[in-house]
Write a protein that binds this ligand. Structure first.
Ligand code: FES
Ligand code: FE2
Length: 355
């Protein structure tokens, strides 16, 4: 393998000191391309919830980085994922966001794939000698579920999902979340003019909360939180409630781009993905999960509060992007007592790009 241009001992030691990644890593299109190939094409990423695929033939489409993906429940009731890229001339096979189909027929020239990804038929294939249909299946990706959550990895040789999530299931239980009981009831998306790493990093600390989230800071004790960085692929922190002895909010960030916010009373969870679009843009997808017994009013209050905080965060992230893009600073300086989660995340970014 050629020597890696991102391996730089000076960056590694700067991260140890609590400097942030170089500002140019948030704006440079070469870095972004390297992240696509080295991170998003070879890590487990959350794509949705099993109830989106209740019946055989149910499907939805999504992206892992720039990779178009179709996730489908096949005729044997197994969940499968494929590159949503036609073996004919490379069109996306399926354009719709979701639906139910007996086959995956490409919208361009009608090549038709079975739900297991094999090519069933191509118009006029009888006119072509030795058309090797069996060599023209959709590229299969690894799929695993954790409770009701579906994860896909384009690297079909990847280590299993459980190696990534480690003790997170026990942390969810302690946070008051029984994953099997949670139902996804809503998805909101926010388009941001900021790099995906800025979005993850903003979630990883509550140092900004007293200043930037006044309403949130009336509810959550933003002073006493402690970040736990003892695990390889995720960090967590806990925010106690200010006016109640009830269990507070547990936050978790799972490599590379998934974030959880979990409350016990009532049991509620947000599963948040920071989807990279280009070096300067990302899409934040917020999936809301509740246990069955939540009233409409409770749900509305929860979603409104969360939306307010997210909108405040969008302003922060876009402001960071403009500053990093300006060239005025080479890197930032973390306040480590509060921002160890960012350091934990940035070390993983560096590790993936440099090895
Ligand atoms: S590109 Fe799919 S059928 Fe032609
Ligand atoms: Fe925030």
């Amino acid at each position: 393998m050629a020597s890696n241009r991102y391996a730089d001992p000076a960056i590694a030691s700067a991260l140890e000191r609590g400097d942030t990644l170089p500002a140019r890593w948030y704006v440079d299109t070469d870095v972004f391309q390297a992240e696509r190939e080295r991170i998003f094409h070879r890590t487990w990423q959350y794509v949705g919830h099993v109830e989106q695929l209740k019946n055989a033939g149910d499907f939805f489409t999504t992206h892992l980085g720039d990779m178009p993906v179709v996730v489908v429940r096949d005729t044997e009731k197994a969940i499968r994922a494929f590159a949503n890229v036609c073996r004919h001339r490379g069109s996306e096979v399926v354009l719709e966001c979701a639906g139910n189909r007996k086959t995956l027929q490409c919208h361009y020239h009608g090549w038709t794939y079975n739900l297991d990804g094999t090519l069933r038929a191509a118009p006029r294939e009888n006119e072509q000698r030795a058309f090797a249909r069996e060599t023209l299946s959709l590229a299969p990706f690894a799929v695993e579920t954790w409770g009701p959550l579906i994860f896909v990895n384009p690297d079909s040789t990847a280590a299993p999902l459980r190696d990534l999530i480690g003790e997170l299931p026990a942390i969810f239980e302690r946070a008051g979340i029984e994953l099997a009981q949670m139902r996804m009831i809503r998805r909101d998306t926010y388009d941001l003019a900021s790099n995906w790493k800025v979005v993850v990093e903003n979630f990883n600390e509550c140092y900004h909360c007293p200043i930037a989230h006044p309403k949130f800071s009336q509810v959550i004790d933003t002073e006493s939180y402690r970040v736990d960085i003892d695990h390889e692929f995720y960090s967590t922190y806990y925010g106690p409630l200010l006016k109640s002895p009830a269990r507070g909010v547990t936050y978790a960030t799972l490599w590379p781009n998934l974030m959880f916010s979990m409350s016990a009373n009532p049991p509620s969870m947000q599963v948040i993905s920071a989807i990279p679009i280009d070096a300067g843009h990302s899409r934040q997808v917020v999936d809301y999960f509740f246990a069955d017994d939540l009233s409409d009013e409770q749900m509305r209050d929860y979603v409104e509060f969360s939306d307010l905080v997210t909108r405040e965060d969008v302003v922060l992230c876009e402001s960071v992007q403009r500053g990093l893009r300006s060239g005025a600073i080479e890197h930032g300086k973390l306040m480590l007592s509060r921002e160890r989660g960012i350091q934990h995340f940035q070390k993983l970014v560096y590790r993936w790009l440099s090895t």
